[in-house]
Structure formats: C-alpha cells, structure tokens
Write a protein that binds this ligand. Structure first.
Ligand SMILES: NC(=O)c1ccc[n+]([C@@H]2O[C@H](COP(=O)([O-])OP(=O)(O)OC[C@H]3O[C@@H](n4cnc5c(N)ncnc54)[C@H](O)[C@@H]3O)[C@@H](O)[C@H]2O)c1
Length: 353
C-alpha cells in the first residue's frame, strides 16, 4: 500500500486563520504513517513550528501547485485563481454544486487538469449526515453578531477573537432592552450554535425547523426583533422573506443574520439581498423605515479560529486516516463526477494518482 501524502495548504483568503488539521491531530496522522506536508502561512492560528514539532514537513505558502502529483491537497476555502488546470486531488469546501456563480469555472479547472474535488460539504455517512462541519460555530457567531448589532454594540471591522472574550460582550447589560429572537433551522448544528449564543446573551429564541416552515407564517416571522437563518437547504422551498415582506408596515424585524448565505443559488431562502457582507462591513441596511439590518458573512467560524479548527479537525481526523475512494470519500468523488456531468464536462476520469 502506498503511503498517503497529505499537503495542508495555506489559505488564499487573508482573513482565514482556521485550519482543517490542528497540530495535535497532525501528530496523530504522522504517527499513523501519513506523510504530512504543511505550508507555512502568515495567518494560520497555529504557528508552523507546532506542525514541525509534530513531525510534519514544511513547505512555502502556495507551493501545492508543484506538489507531487499523488499528494492530496487539503484546505478549507477557495483556491487561488491560478493555475488554470488542477491536477491534484483537493479536499476543501468548493461551493460548486448548488449552481453558485463560480461553480462552472472551478469544475472546468478540475476537468482540464484531471484532478478531483473531494468537497468537505459532501463528506457524509451512510445516511447523508455530514461528518465534519463548522456549523455550530457559524450559528454561534451569527447569533452573537446579530445580538450585538441589535444592542448597538457591534464594532467593525470584525477581528478573530476567543469564545471567552466574545461571551463577555454578549452578557446583557442592566439597561439592555429585551428582544424576541427567532432561529430557523434550529435543530441543526448552526441552529444549535445560534440557540447557545442567544442563551449566553440572556435570550430564549423561538425555534423553527422543517415542521414550522412547511406552512410558512411570514407574519409570525416578522414579529421577531432578531432572526437567524441557519437552514441547510437541499431542495427549493418558498422563500422565508421576499422584498415585499420587508415593506410590511408593522414589521418588527430589525436584525437579520443569514448564516446560510446561499446568495446567488436557486436554493436561497432569503432572496432579499444579492451580496454577502464581510468583516470590514459586517452590516448592510436593507430598509430605513423602520430600520432593517442584514449580516451575511460567509466565513463566520473564522472569527473563532482556535475553537472551530479544533472541533473540525477532531471530526475530520478519523476520515483522513481512512482516506480512499470508497465509503464517505467515494461518495464525495461520485458527487464531483455528477457535478461535472451536469456541467457537460468530460471529467469523469480523474488521473490515475
Ligand atoms: N456563514 C458561515 O460562515 C457558515 C459556516 C458553516 C455553515 N454555514 C451554512 O449554514 C447552514 C446550516 O449548516 P448546518 O451545519 O447547521 O446544517 P445542518 O444540516 O446541521 O442543519 C440544518 C437544519 O436546517 C433545517 N432545515 C432545512 N431546510 C429547512 C427549511 N426549509 N425550514 C426549516 N428548517 C430547515 C434542517 O432540518 C436542519 O435541522 C448551511 O447552509 C451551511 O452551508 C455557513
């Protein structure tokens, strides 16, 4: 059996401090016979020395492009725009299977190079349950930011922090007015995170999941001050909010946080905005009278890089130790091939690695 060679890349996005493998788990991989190369990265929350001490080889940032062909390149978020041809097997969140605007371009690069995408969003068990996800922390941060904004205490730009420091800002002050919160997708990972953050902030939100949105009551939705959308949409449903709902005269909703961020996708349940917000400008005003503020940040867990990396890495580790083309990884590969076919790309056959 050939040795598995994993190549942990530097993240192209400068605000991305998370990593899918933390140094303690890197050590476990090395101890189990995996060759692990780790790219140096100026922003990763764990210094490269910790990986080196765990027995990893070190390589310069971005050097995966010339990594041996059999290396499996591991990352989290988008690849840089070059090279045009992707020859390796890549493990990351590609965001390319839901009709997103950048999907075709990415799949074309894989098809051109004969590489393959093992999309972490599709690493699932036999019953389709995600095996490694950042959802909890996404929801936690989404609700936390929404509450801070609602209380007039959100300061931009946002910067990575620790849970301890964040929780300190979430504690209700004596003069804070009460508010009503709503979490949609409340039974999921993000939903659980959102509920936990609301609780830290002293609030007890209304919780909706599939059963409560089947026959959607938009008036009831608009009666909440703060709403966090944390659904994982897998098939189109009527939107939770439409433009005209924002103009409802007695709308109580003031702060809307869309953790899902499916903007641009046909599955989007909140087609009331067309661009996400970011750390520099986390809030966009959608309406003035009465005010309605939107937070739609697609890299929320990066704001708690330590906690979210540690959780994710712990969940991913057993599957990295078992990397192959069957089981969950086989399902990832099948999904990739299906997406290529849907785009009319003659990938199907990845190079023999
Ligand atoms: N913004 C970010 O930084 C960030 C980070 C991680 C995940 N996410 C996104 O957050 C979303 C949720 O992820 P998760 O890990 O919590 O997923 P999950 O599968 O754990 O939970 C999703 C929940 O949504 C519910 N749901 C699905 N459709 C619904 C509907 N029509 N009405 C009501 N409830 C519905 C499901 O029943 C489930 O309980 C995903 O879209 C994911 O991509 C965003």
């Amino acid at each position: 059996m050939t040795e598995l060679h994993l190549w942990l890349r530097h993240e192209a996005r400068t605000t991305e401090r998370r990593t899918p493998v933390v140094p303690d788990d890197a050590r476990r991989l090395v101890e189990n016979g995996v060759a692990l190369t780790v790219e140096d990265s100026p922003q990763r929350v764990f210094p490269i020395e910790e990986y080196e001490a765990a027995g990893c080889r070190v390589a310069p940032a971005g050097s995966w492009v010339s990594a041996p062909r059999d290396a499996v390149v591991l990352g989290l978020k988008e690849l840089p725009g070059e090279p045009a041809e992707l020859t390796h097997r890549h493990v990351f969140f590609g965001h390319a299977y839901k009709g997103q605007p950048q999907a075709a371009g990415l799949l074309r690069r894989f098809a051109a190079g004969g590489g393959a995408l093992f999309d972490l969003e599709y690493l699932v068990d036999d019953s389709g349950r995600r095996l490694a996800a950042f959802g909890f922390w996404a929801g936690y941060l989404g609700a936390a930011l929404a509450v801070l904004q609602h209380r007039g205490r959100l300061r931009a730009p946002l910067t990575p922090t620790t849970k301890e420091a964040l929780d300190e800002t979430l504690k209700p002050a004596a003069d804070d007015a009460g508010f009503t919160g709503l979490v949609i997708g409340a039974l999921g990972r993000s939903g659980r995170g959102a509920r936990t953050a609301f609780a830290t902030a002293g609030a007890d939100p209304t919780c909706w999941d599939l059963a409560e949105t089947r026959d959607l009551d938009r008036r009831a939705l608009l009666e909440h001050d703060v709403m966090v959308n944390a659904v994982l949409a897998t098939s189109p449903v009527p939107p939770f909010l439409r433009e005209q709902d924002l103009d409802t005269a007695d709308r109580r909703l003031r702060t809307l946080c869309d953790v899902t961020c499916d903007v641009g996708s046909p599955l989007n349940v909140l087609p009331v905005y067309d661009e996400t917000t970011d750390w520099d400008e986390p809030v966009r005003r959608l309406r003035e009278h009465p005010p309605l503020d939107l937070i739609a940040i697609d890299n929320l867990p990066s704001l708690l890089p330590l906690e979210s990396s540690a959780d994710f890495s712990a969940a991913l580790l057993p599957h990295l130790l078992d990397f192959g083309v069957t089981g969950p990884w086989g399902r990832c590969l099948d999904r990739f091939r299906q997406a290529c076919r849907e785009h009319g790309l003659d990938n199907g056959e990845i190079h023999d690695h």
